[in-house]
Design a binder for this molecule. Structure first.
Ligand code: ADE
Length: 992
């Protein structure tokens, strides 16, 4: 057997190792591993290279060529491929796979055995058939093996397959041959693959780029111009460059979807019916604005519904509008020289703001219908047409004449309507026999007679009007805080009135005018009176209120300390306030939902007060060069786009870990503004317990907000994932941090409105920081926020009752939410009020129910929670007090030893107002805490009365088969409450 034949074994083995390579950007001209029939390659001389074709397991041939004439000198064995068609190639690549035997491993061959072979090519325009002239061939390279094998390798069946690639080019004829020259080596050529590279067809930025063959010169690129996909148009010529390796580089320019089309998965799809796109660009189709429609697909505009119009200058994004209704309540005030006409705006402005009025004057004779247009002698100040205010003064009228004034309301689409213009007419007779000037029949001082929680009684002196009859008085009033945005009014014939239906503890503004036969007087000056608060009324309700406050001996002591503490701090505040000027006092009051800070303290500026929101962003946030940001991972999804983690490089500083909120493409201006609003707010804060803003990227896409990175993510899920892992002191430490951040915010005059554990972030040192700023947007974003009956979106379980009922948000409502966060922390992320519905939560709070202490919760902390959940908001603790209270607990950990579950008896005197509901049966009780599934377990274990349940310990609860920790916790917490309730009932029994 020749040494060549020994290779057969080797080749079988190679077959297993061999996997053909393929690449998307290669066009293969020849691959011997895929040729099914005979290869038909030529060998010269005939006894040089040996063609060996094996079959693989799929019965496909493996073509190999072997030569191993290592003992004989002067070898010159040629193997020539078939003619290979060049196609579009300018440079071709030849990939060879082969094994080569180490000459040192073959005895007695020194001098004759070689370890290389030569690769040649020859370009021709056609096949030469069998003719072969080695002299025509050009050498490409001498090929040596990186790895040669020995006899031992053969024994071990470890074979080293070499892969070598050589470039050939430029090639220009129609095709070429390859030739392999052996000069005395022991080789097996296992495969030959010939290919050229191309940049494959691709779609980028809505443009298509065809297959492109790179230049031979690897340093120069081919510039390729893209063609816009269907329904797209060019925005800066789309271009890509094809690199020598078949990669597309440097995308420039782009196409954008045309009007009526939007981008979906790299193509432009027609807008659906009901949607439109009025401009070409990378924006989505928009829903048709109100009172407009589009029937077909691909609408570029929505048509107005019948009776609605678009003015010439109205943008297509604007709702269709209609002419206004006529003006209302037209009145006149007449004196000797002037006639003042006054009216209220129309009830329907047609959806537009460009409201104006025209006044048409007719002078009428004694008989109806004898009217003519007034002459030019009448003067209107400021003018009769195009009035923007709802008054006009008429002068130079004739005495003893009847005038009819028709007052029309108009807006930008009045011209387009074919209906007659709506107007309201008033007739004025100037024959008043000397009418009183308007101010003359004004009433005197408006006096408050008494006020209650919901009513205020007012009276005034009647005006002295001998010649005019008083028809009635009109009293206009509104909540001082809401300014004059909406007001109510009432009429009375008597010089007194009782206004009912008012809110407790609320300041109202009143003014009055008189109506006489000559018309209305002007309004009196404004008077401010306040309703009383409900604590005075509460005194009478006390009988109904179930007061339960309990503590064990230690707990009770704490309660006294706590009460004393708040009393003292309250006193101090009173003392400080009494020393302040009246202006200072005003500033410490709660106004517009913000506690106004003390002078000298930096205050929060609402970005919405900036005419240009971009100005607010640049005032409060640093612009970051995006090349300094490295995005590493996506860690979440926000309403506006992904949230990622990454690194921020700052010159001269260490790289810092950051979280990056991105604004996804295709946003509208309002979304961009809302997104950046959070940065404008966050950028104003500088506190260790408030998430720190690093800066924003607004000058390039994507728009980003960069904040410090918080390794442990949001507090609620962090606690849920580490149930029971922390000491009470650690938990109190977290709460202290949050309270400190909230104190800072309230000092700045900022009301958070969505304080909840999900909006607190935790870093690797367990430091908690308040995050998620942006007021209304925060609530839009919060999955917990639900719509209330008044239309607001509010996270019910975290929100104080006054904020739910009438949107009275303040630092005091934040204090309520803080109490809920305390509860979430102490229960390791339990859901407040468990699975109760939002409606049930509102009702139970209204009825006085408060969350019981979580299992293992120190009395002092539950007491502080209850303090935060006082119905009367002014009684809730201030954040400054909470911080120092928590500091004291941390400094004196023994104060945290008394747990709520240790409490066995009621205190001698009640402290906080805690109104727990009364349960009648085990079923009711378990239903109320959504644990009814355990009813049979309780009864089966002999706990069939509430009294027996009240004696149960945590072990008892486990023993009857409650295995889930969360359920055990919920049941045990509720047993504490139940125990208190029963004790209280017993107490009441003694008194009866
Ligand atoms: N998720 C949202 N903001 C984050 C932050 N700053 N750090 C970590 N995770 C976050």
């Amino acid at each position: 057997m020749t040494s060549g034949k020994k290779y057969c074994l080797v080749l079988l083995f190679l077959r297993i190792l061999f996997t053909p390579s393929s690449h998307g950007n290669q066009v293969v001209l020849l691959d011997t591993t895929t040729v099914l029939g005979e290869l038909g390659w030529k060998t010269y001389p005939i006894n040089g290279w040996d063609a060996i074709t094996e079959m693989d397991e799929h019965n496909r041939p493996i073509h190999t060529f072997q030569v191993c004439n290592v003992m004989e000198p002067n070898q010159n064995n040629w193997l020539r491929s078939n003619w290979i068609f060049r196609q579009a190639a300018q440079k071709v690549y030849v990939e060879l796979r082969f094994t080569l035997r180490d000459c040192n491993s073959i005895p007695w061959v020194s001098g004759t055995c070689k370890e290389t072979f030569n690769l040649f090519y020859h370009e021709t325009d056609e096949s030469h058939g069998g003719a072969f002239k080695p002299a025509q061939y050009t050498k490409i390279d001498t090929i040596a093996a990186d790895e040669s094998f020995t006899q031992m390798d053969l024994g071990d069946r470890i074979l080293k397959l070499n892969t070598e690639v050589r470039e050939v080019g430029p090639v220009s004829r129609k095709g070429f041959y390859l030739a392999f020259q052996d000069i005395g080596a022991c080789i097996a050529l296992v495969s030959v693959r010939v290919y050229y590279k191309k940049c494959p067809f691709t779609l980028r930025n809505l443009a298509s780029f065809p297959d492109t063959v790179p230049r031979v010169d690897s340093s120069s690129l081919v510039e390729v111009r893209g063609a816009c996909v269907d329904h797209a148009e060019e925005r800066d010529t789309p271009k890509l460059y094809c690199g020598a390796d078949g990669d597309w580089l440097v995308p420039l320019g782009k196409c954008v979807c045309s009007m009526g089309y939007e981008e979906i998965d790299g193509a432009c799809a027609a807008c659906k019916p009901g949607f439109y796109k009025a401009f070409a660009g990378n924006i989505k189709c928009s829903k048709c604005p109100p009172h407009s429609y589009s029937y077909g697909e691909g609408a570029i505009l929505c048509h107005c519904e019948k009776g609605f119009y678009r003015a010439e200058k109205d943008p297509p994004t604007m709702a269709c509008t209609r002419p206004p209704s006529p003006p209302r309540n037209v009145l006149f005030h007449l004196n000797d020289t002037c006639l003042l006409l006054e009216w209220s705006p129309p009830s329907d402005t047609g959806g537009r703001r460009d409201l104006t009025y025209n006044v048409l004057c007719k002078r009428c004779g004694p008989q109806p219908g004898q009217c003519q247009l007034c002459g030019e002698e009448l003067r209107f100040v400021p003018r009769p047409q195009g009035l923007t205010n709802s008054t006009v003064t008429v002068m130079d009228f004739s005495a003893r004449a009847n005038y009819t004034f028709e007052i029309e309301s108009l807006n930008g689409v009045s011209e387009m309507s074919h209906f007659p213009r709506p107007f309201t007419a008033i007739t004025v007779s100037t024959d008043q026999g000397g009418s009183a000037p308007a101010g003359a029949f004004m009433v005197g001082m408006l006096k408050k007679d008494w006020a209650s929680q919901n009513s205020i009684a007012l009276s005034w002196l009647e005006p002295d009007l001998p010649s005019l009859n008083v028809v009635d008085y009109e009293i206009k009033y509104y909540e001082k805080e809401h300014e004059e945005l909406s007001y109510s009014s009432t009429r009375t014939k008597a010089p007194s009135v009782i206004i009912t239906g008012l809110k407790p503890s609320t300041c109202y503004v009143f003014s009055l005018r008189t109506r006489t036969s000559a018309g209305h007087s002007a309004y009196s000056p404004k008077y401010e009176y306040e309703t009383t608060d409900d604590t005075s009324d509460m005194a009478s309700d006390q009988g109904q209120v179930l007061v339960i406050v309990t503590a064990a001996v230690g707990g009770f002591t704490l309660l006294i300390i706590l009460t004393l503490f708040f009393l003292i701090t309250g006193r101090c505040q009173w003392y400080i306030k009494s020393k302040m000027s009246s202006e200072d006092k005003r500033r410490t009051n709660y106004q517009n939902g913000h506690a106004l800070p003390y002078p000298g303290v930096k205050t929060y500026v609402d970005p919405d007060t900036y005419e240009d929101p971009a100005q607010a962003v640049h005032e409060f946030a640093k612009e970051i060069d995006p090349t300094r940001i490295r995005i590493e991972r996506v860690i979440g999804a926000g309403e506006f786009g992904e949230v990622c983690s990454g690194r921020l490089r700052t010159p001269g500083k260490r790289e810092t870990a950051v979280a990056i909120k991105t604004l996804k493409g295709g946003y509208v201006e309002r979304q961009r503004r809302d997104f950046l609003r959070e940065a404008s707010i966050m950028g104003q804060f500088d506190h260790p317990n408030i998430i720190r803003l690093e800066g924003v990227v607004t000058k390039s896409r994507p728009v980003m907000i960069v904040v410090e990175y918080m390794e442990n993510g949001s507090l609620d899920s962090f606690l849920r994932n580490h149930d029971g892992h922390f000491t009470v002191i650690q938990l109190v430490g977290m709460l202290r941090g949050i309270a400190s951040g909230m104190k800072y915010l309230s000092d700045m005059g900022y009301v958070h409105r969505d304080l909840a554990a999900r909006n607190i972030l935790v870093n690797s040192n367990l430091v908690c920081k308040v995050s998620d700023f942006g007021l209304s947007r925060v609530l839009e974003d919060d999955p917990e926020a639900a719509y209330t009956t008044t239309g607001g979106k509010i996270p019910i379980r975290w929100t104080a009752p006054e904020a739910i009922s009438y949107r009275k948000f303040s630092s005091a409502s934040d204090a309520w939410s803080y109490g809920i966060v305390m509860w979430e922390v102490m229960s390791y992320g339990e859901r407040p009020y468990w699975e109760m519905s939002n409606q049930d939560v509102i009702l139970s709070i209204e009825e006085g129910y408060r969350l019981p202490a979580p299992m293992g919760c120190p009395v002092a902390l539950h007491q502080l929670m209850l303090h935060c959940w006082q119905k009367e908001r002014s009684q809730r603790p201030k954040f400054i007090d909470m911080v120092s209270f928590l500091d004291k607990l941390i400094r004196n950990p023994s104060s945290l030893l008394a747990l709520v579950e240790d409490m066995q008896c009621l205190p001698d005197s009640p402290g906080e107002v805690v109104d727990y509901p009364m349960f009648i049966s085990i079923g009711d009780w378990l239903d109320s805490i959504k644990m009814s599934q355990y009813k049979n377990s309780f009864v089966a274990a002999g706990f069939s009365t509430l009294d027996s349940v009240a004696q149960m310990t945590i072990e008892d609860v486990r023993r009857i088969g409650v295995v889930l920790i969360g359920h055990q916790r919920r049941i045990v917490s509720s047993i504490q409450t139940l125990r208190l309730q029963l004790l209280h009932e017993q107490e009441k029994g003694f008194h009866v």
